[in-house]
Design a protein around this ligand. Structure first.
Ligand code: ADE
Ligand code: ZN
Length: 338
């Protein structure tokens, strides 16, 4: 197996469609935010934070994720982390990032002012765009552990504050309440309000979740989607519809959705003809990066350079950027040579 062609992969224009703003905060920024707000940091230096970020299972992951969320207090904090991640993504060759933002956590659980959060995130996106030209859009995510009424309230606030960068409503978090709570109405309202709709599904659960996300939420992209592999009919449905799965292999290993990279179904997903894009999900929490995920896919699926270009192309053409921008990036991608 040839070595992963890192510089070639970096040179490919690509989009990252599955990364959580709050999960993208690196150890240095975590320390800076803790100091800014007089919060005792979980460790004294970056290496210590890296060690603290090692968790065992979903509950301890969420503990750390929400500790870091709690360090985001002012618009400047949101601007700082958005800009920092976009500069890092740019350094990996990303031309476009769609940030999932844990909106129902901020709006409902913390009672934060969404207009301030949005203002901060947008300022960070604009700064990164003016410094390095990277494009970025936002996907406010609902978290189903708060229930459907909270989801309605969070959506109300999102819809009351339309912004050209806010392009879709998403669903993240644990999926336990999907069978008892009706989120279909929330997604219908989001679409009526002009938003696209996407959803995490088939991360820990099976193909039922993917069907639910498609039929009840009208998901236009699925985050993860690896559970689809439990039902060939659902695989066929994803292939026929061309609905993309935004897959994050290292996240799936770290959160024990699969035992290890060798046991990840990405090769079968590609063999079946599913449309896949690669994302890093919460990169510092999983000790990964966008380029690392291309390297993982290279290794796991015995890819060729053309396959890498295909994955980058999927990420561009399945983004919510304008058709003109997508065409320009795809033209740039076709100029990249191995
Ligand atoms: N929010 C942040 N990371 C997540 C994940 N891996 N699954 C569900 N929700 C998330
Ligand atoms: Zn995710």
């Amino acid at each position: 197996m040839p070595d992963f062609p890192t510089e070639f992969a970096r040179s490919m224009p690509k989009a990252e469609l599955h990364v959580h703003l709050e999960g993208s905060i690196d150890p240095r920024t975590t320390l800076a935010l803790a100091e800014r707000h007089g919060v005792a940091p979980p460790a004294d230096d970056e290496q210590g934070i890296r060690e603290w970020l090692r968790f065992d299972g979903f509950p301890s992951f969420l503990e750390r994720y929400f500790f870091v969320c709690g360090l985001l207090r002012d618009p400047d904090d949101f601007a700082l982390v958005a800009e920092a991640y976009l500069l890092s993504a740019h350094a990996q060759g990303a031309v476009h990032v769609e940030f999932h933002v844990s909106s129902s956590h901020h709006i409902i659980e913390r009672g934060a002012d969404w207009t301030e959060i949005l203002g901060g995130v947008v300022a960070g996106c604009e700064r990164a765009e003016s410094r390095v030209g990277i494009s970025s859009l936002l996907i406010p995510d609902l978290s189903p552990h708060l229930g459907a009424a909270a989801a309605e309230q969070a959506l109300d606030v999102v819809l009351e504050n339309p912004h050209p960068r806010v392009v879709a409503l998403g669903m993240g978090g644990p999926s336990d309440t999907w069978r008892t709570d009706d989120y279909g109405r929330v997604f219908d309202r989001a679409r009526a309000g002009g938003l696209h709709t996407v959803s995490h599904a088939g991360e820990h659960g099976d193909a039922w979740e993917v069907i639910h996300a498609l039929d009840e939420f009208g998901a236009e992209r699925i985050q993860h989607g690896i559970g689809a592999m439990s039902d060939p009919d659902v695989v066929a449905r994803l292939v026929d519809s061309g609905i993309a799965c935004d897959v994050c292999p290292r996240s799936n290993v770290a959160l024990a959705a699969v035992p290890d990279l060798d046991g990840h179904p990405l090769p079968q997903m590609l063999d079946a003809g599913m449309v896949v894009t690669l994302g890093s999900d919460d990169p510092p929490l999983f000790a990964t990066s966008l380029l690392d995920e291309y390297a993982n896919a290279w290794q796991m699926c015995k890819l060729s350079a053309d396959d890498l270009v295909g994955l980058a192309g999927n990420s561009l053409s399945n983004s919510f950027a304008s058709p003109e921008m997508i065409d320009r990036w795809l033209a740039d991608l076709s100029d990249v040579s191995f």
